[in-house]
Design a protein around this ligand. Structure first.
Ligand SMILES: N[C@@H](CCC(=O)N[C@@H](CS)C(=O)NCC(=O)O)C(=O)O
Length: 219
């Protein structure tokens, strides 16, 4: 049975999983979520009541949480691009950075975006300001940590870069990376030029008018 990915082209975490699939040209059926596809939405909720996406179906196996999806693809559908090396000495820093991009870039971005979707009288300016402080702290840390590296963990594109690409893409929209952070800005530009991510960004262009904070006219 072929792989099925439940997700949405404009969703950051869906993009993270798509990068892994596109890097290895792994065939799959994209089951897009949305009001026009109620069956896909219902099946997502049936398989994973938390109903966050993306979610991968591989025969009898259901996998959710993007890092686990990429681990599953690496283990059971390997291709020429190794996103998680077998050597633990190389793999542990990749897994650590994958967590850094999800937890300390993507989570504060979601806090800011989800707040903008709330009714005005229940918004949380304090929470948004805290999320922006986290972003500023991690931007500065990343600018230093990435110095001298081509990709997040070194010379080779990995799962950490798949996490970084959509996280930094949207982070710069909600709280721009300062001009002084040249290394981080250059890294984000390299991610945008990577064909697997460029394809995600292009496929998501039609949805930009729906970005709750207004999408900038760039990227
Ligand atoms: N930790 C999860 C996060 C998934 C997640 O937050 N996905 C967002 C889409 S980018 C979502 O499901 N949002 C739905 C909602 O908030 O209702 C993962 O890595 O897959």
């Amino acid at each position: 049975m072929s792989l099925q990915l439940f997700g949405h082209p404009f969703s950051s975490y869906t993009m993270k999983a798509l990068i892994a699939l596109y890097e290895n040209e792994t065939p799959f059926e994209f089951r897009v979520l949305g009001p026009d596809q109620p069956d896909n939405t219902a099946e997502l909720a049936r398989r994973w009541p938390i109903a966050r996406f993306p979610l991968l179906v591989d025969g009898e196996t259901t996998v959710f949480e993007t890092s686990a999806i990429i681990e599953h693809l690496a283990a059971f559908h390997p291709g020429p691009v190794t996103l998680i090396p077998a050597d633990m000495k190389e793999a542990v820093p990749i897994r650590m950075l994958d967590r850094v991009f999800d937890s300390h870039v993507m989570v504060p971005v979601q806090t800011i975006v989800f707040d903008a979707r709330r009714p005005k009288d229940v918004r949380d300016p304090y929470g948004v300001s805290q999320a922006k402080t986290v972003l500023e702290t991690i931007y500065a840390w990343l600018d230093h940590a990435l110095a001298g590296r081509r990709w997040a963990a070194g010379d080779v594109f990995s799962m950490a870069d798949a996490a970084a690409a959509p996280a930094l893409f949207y982070a710069d929209w909600v709280h721009p990376i300062g001009e002084d952070l040249a290394t981080l800005k250059a890294y984000r530009a390299s991610l945008l030029a990577r064909p697997s991510f460029a394809r995600c960004v292009d496929d998501a262009r039609p949805y930009r008018p729906f970005f709750p904070l207004g999408a900038p006219d760039r990227d």
